[in-house]
Design a binder for this molecule. Sequence first.
Ligand code: SF4
Length: 291
Amino acid sequence: MTLISKFDPWHSQLCTCPPKLTFNPYTGCDHACVYCYASSYIPKFFDCRPKKNLILRLKREAAKLNGEIISISNSSDPYPNLEAKTGLMRKCLKILSRQNCRIQIITKSDLVVKDIDLLRKVPSMVSMTITTDDDTTAEIIEPHAPLPSKRLRAIETLVYRGVPVSVRIDPIIPFINDNPERLVETLASLGVKHITASTYKVRPDNWQRLSIVLPEISEKLKPFYFEKGEKRGGYLYLPRELRLQLLKKLYDLTEKYKLSLGTCREGLTFLDTAICDGSYLLEKTRKHYCL
Ligand code: SF4
């Protein structure tokens, strides 16, 4: 099995991402988010481990690349807590930058800041996930991920050093993080250019975790998913009208604060004002080469 593959999110017909490659340096993730989808496909998911012979295999596979967009990562976080000890992402970025790959990092960790010098060598962008700007809520739903306040500081540093940033508000969960005005205002003030958003989809294991940590909210959510919701490709979606209402609210905020928006796997592409994954930012000229 190869490390680098064509990005194809479980054959989802709702995905509107442009063609790109994807690569996961780790199997699993130690952030242990309650809503995580990947945990339902990958055994022992929260027991994070580097891929076997990662660096040797990446060197061999990357030798064939020349300038492709490579998205790191889509089935895990490339900066789990383990990365602080291993430093494997730094080695991977060195290999990929030699092939002039355009690099899109998708993470929930401020550890990405340690690799800014490498990200500045090739067209790159960071897509930082922030579901809420409330540290207390984040500690419940993303128990081992760096706090949002740290992620916001990382965004500030990335933007200051000339690395474009988009933010994933993903997933939006009613009664938990469905009022993102303060967050969007903060992101705009920090120089974020794009938001990618998606509503929470139920899988049996993520629902079980959510019900344990937030029993009252899961009771309130139940009828929206299990009675009125839509089943699509093994996931339970909120009813379309409710998803539209939640994402339209975000659309209005992005218009107000002049950010572009992409919705992810919702079938609501008329709300998109840019390529869903924000990868257009890869082509933006970096203006601030401040040290
Ligand atoms: S950071 Fe992403 S991959 Fe890791 S547990 Fe959270 S949702 Fe899953």
